[in-house]
Design a protein around this ligand. Structure first.
Ligand SMILES: *Cc1c(COP(=O)(O)O)cnc(C)c1O
Length: 356
């Protein structure tokens, strides 16, 4: 008897491997460094704003996220028609592929990069074109430009790149954009934007203003510490933002997520101080790693990348022993989030045992 069959590409969707929670060990505090989350608890005012939203759970959320769009428009000085909010920037990636790709159309992106990309692309029956990152974990933008064909509809630039860490410079991005045909959409995934501290850093807003084919995707999950609420936003020229809104899941962003995001934007200065503290911890970890003989790719997000090859599993197990959970990529390496100072200290000790 025949049964309903999903389309063939569904069986090809790679699984999303979520960062594991820490192993509980008696007498030892364990830390989760496997999902690039913000280790700080929510700011007090944010919790209260959310509580007000909780009381209205019998009502659907504001479908247009008017309050959040207005707050974003004001914070980043962009027209509200250039914004589209979604259930995290993963939601935005799905929507972008859905809105711009027919089955078989190509999406070019660096690899290794964010694991949600091939999932979203395959789910839409589009085709992934992966361009290996350079030895130092940077995007090979020349090779990515060369990989664009007549079938290419979208290019994803992940900066800083998850999981390897480096970010592209404005000069590199400008040179790349000059080579991309104007009908190809360039998505600049700025999930870790707030952690970037480098010369010639990308100014995403200035860049999208200069190009009709550039969209920025951003999230409240990382620097803003709202990973559990699923809210992100795109900044794009009006027609692209409109396409994103058209394919969005109706009422996708919950009332409490909208409230938390608005309250977080109101407390942006305070949140960015916490980001500064995490960046200082990142610098401290990099210096500590260098002292014990580890040279990691330049981390511009809230995580560091250890290229470990066959030793990846051993490193993850040793970290687990030490009460920290990292994100292993089998046969490649481990990504470790910057967390509490004690967790970061343990990471440096573990890494000391694994130098090349
Ligand atoms: C974490 C992350 C996101 C954000 O995901 P959300 O769905 O907003 O939680 C997007 N892109 C990259 C590269 C990430 O690492």
């Amino acid at each position: 008897m025949s049964t309903p069959q999903p389309r063939a590409t569904v069986a090809e969707i790679p699984p999303y491997v979520a960062g594991k929670p820490p192993t509980v060990r008696p007498g030892m505090t364990s830390y989760k460094l496997s999902s690039n989350e913000n280790p700080y608890p929510p700011l007090p005012g944010v919790v209260e704003a959310v509580q007000a939203g909780v009381a209205a759970m019998n009502r659907y959320p504001d479908m247009g996220s008017a309050g959040l769009n207005a707050a974003l428009a004001e914070t980043f000085d962009v027209p509200a028609e250039h914004l589209s909010v979604a259930t995290g920037s993963v939601g935005l990636i799905y929507q972008l592929v859905q809105a711009f790709c027919d089955p078989g159309d190509e999406v070019v992106f660096a690899w290794r990069s964010f694991e949600a990309y091939p999932i979203a692309i395959t789910a839409a029956a589009a085709t992934s074109v992966q361009v290996p990152v350079l030895a130092d974990g940077r995007h090979d933008l020349d090779a990515m430009a060369a990989a664009i064909t007549d079938r290419t509809k979208v290019v994803l630039v992940c900066t800083p790149n998850n999981p390897t860490g480096p970010a592209v410079t404005q000069a590199e991005l400008d040179a790349f954009l000059a080579r991309v045909p104007s009908h190809v959409l360039v998505v600049v995934d700025e999930a870790y934007l707030e952690f970037v501290r480098m010369d010639d850093a990308v100014d995403g807003i200035a860049t999208y203003r200069r190009h009709d084919n550039v969209v920025l995707t951003r999230t409240f999950s990382k620097a803003y510490g709202l990973a559990g609420f699923r809210v992100g936003y795109a900044v794009a020229p009006a027609p692209i933002a409109a396409a994103l809104r058209a394919v969005s899941l109706p009422f996708g962003v919950s009332t409490i997520a909208q409230a938390a995001a608005v309250a977080s934007l109101e407390r942006r200065a305070e949140l960015l101080e916490r980001v500064d503290a995490l960046v200082a911890e990142r610098d401290r970890v990099v210096a500590g790693l260098r002292e014990v003989g580890w040279d990691v790719p330049e981390p511009q997000g809230n995580f560091v990348w250890f290229e470990l090859g066959e030793r990846t599993g051993d490193f993850a197990a040793a970290a687990d022993e030490a009460g920290i959970t990292v994100r292993p990529f089998a046969g490649e390496g481990c990504r470790v989030s910057i967390g509490e100072p004690e967790a970061n200290d343990r990471l440096v000790s573990v890494a000391a045992g694994f130098t090349r």
